[in-house]
Write a protein that binds this ligand. Structure first.
Ligand code: SF4
Ligand code: SF4
Length: 334
């Protein structure tokens, strides 16, 4: 873009605009940091893979999830799926308005939605969990919005993990934010996300992403493929017809219609996390964790012992840049 058409911009002006358009949180990452530190170096997903021209900065914006739905304890509550889908739609609309505003000032820009996967990664296995084209939690950490938790979800000081996030790529030469150094997560000493996880998929600073998918996208493509497969395999025509009118089919249809239960789903780990200033208005409804078991408590005790001995798992070491320093965080709490 020819410089004469470009208005001078500051980071604060961009942030003010994003907030005026509906974002609750805004941070700006230097794309060079994301390019140099892909979360999975074997399959890097970087801003530079999306645009050669307009990706020097990654503006990460977040919208908070509603407290009323967070206070509903069931993981598969469809009110949550719908409300979260509306929050996602809202932050995507904010992103689009921000892109157009930047372009009016001479800086081409583009949105990276959190649900955008690379179709080239699809290998004909509907159950395989596909990663996003750019990891929003990692981009948010690079933009100074927070740090990652025990299951690698994004935690923010304001809303804990109860946010939806998108990114806007642009080359507007605005100042970048710095990463937080200290972990926001309290580690296995807390472990509430692990206790509440309905699929028991949370590991020590990691999670089984494929198993999580059955919950975080319960009516997603894998569920649709399984359902249609069962209908095709059913030899009895009357049962086949009944399956077409079943509750499973109804939920799949509703989900295709709105994306609720596909791009949104379980967030029980997000609900119960005590990180975030907003937790004060949630705690009374979320204190009890019905999904907790003696086996989960025993696993957390082992994790606590490992943390106390400084024997951190490989998953922590690989992601320490984004999880932050747990020791500093523990010392700060003393
Ligand atoms: S989204 Fe649900 S299944 Fe996945 S880690 Fe969180 S609580 Fe567990
Ligand atoms: S619930 Fe506890 S352990 Fe899990 S991410 Fe939040 S602070 Fe960390």
């Amino acid at each position: 873009m020819v410089a004469i058409f470009q208005e001078p911009l500051t980071a604060e002006t961009v942030k003010e605009k994003a907030r005026a358009l509906g974002a609750d949180l805004v941070g700006i990452a230097d794309a060079a940091a994301l390019n140099a530190n892909p979360p999975d170096p074997a399959h890097p997903k970087r801003p530079m893979d999306i645009s050669d021209h307009d990706a020097d900065r990654v503006i990460v914006i977040a919208k908070r999830l509603s407290a009323g739905t967070t206070r509903l304890p069931a993981w598969d509550e469809r009110h949550k799926f719908y409300n979260d889908e509306l929050a996602l739609t809202a932050i995507e609309a904010t992103s689009l308005e921000l892109v157009l505003w930047l372009e009016d000032r001479g800086y081409p820009a583009l949105i990276v939605p959190p649900t955008h996967v690379d179709p080239l990664d699809y290998r004909g296995d509907a159950r395989a969990s596909l990663g996003p084209i750019l990891s929003m939690p990692h981009a948010a950490v690079e933009a100074g919005l927070g740090t990652l938790g025990l299951n690698q979800m994004l935690l923010t000081p304001e809303y804990g993990p109860r946010v939806v996030v998108t990114a806007v790529l642009t080359s507007a030469p605005v100042e970048c934010d710095s990463r937080m150094e200290e972990a926001l997560c309290h580690g296995a000493e807390c472990g509430r996300c692990l206790s509440a996880c309905p699929g028991d998929v949370i590991r020590h600073f990691d999670r089984d992403w494929q198993a999580c998918q059955d919950y975080r996208s319960p009516h997603g493509f894998h569920a649709l493929a399984d359902h249609i497969g069962r209908i095709i395999d059913e030899p009895d025509p009357a049962k086949k017809k009944a399956m077409l009118r079943s509750k499973d089919q109804f939920y799949l249809w509703q989900s295709i219609l709105r994306g609720a239960g596909v791009v949104t789903g379980c967030r029980r780990c997000q609900d119960v996390c005590p990180v975030g200033a907003d937790y004060a208005r949630l705690a009374d409804a979320l204190a009890e964790i019905a999904e907790d078991t003696p086996e989960k408590r025993a696993r957390l005790a082992e994790m606590r012992a490992a943390e106390a001995a400084g024997d951190m798992p490989e998953s922590y070491r690989l992601a320490e840049r984004w999880i932050g320093d747990l020791v500093k965080q523990a010392n700060a709490a003393l």
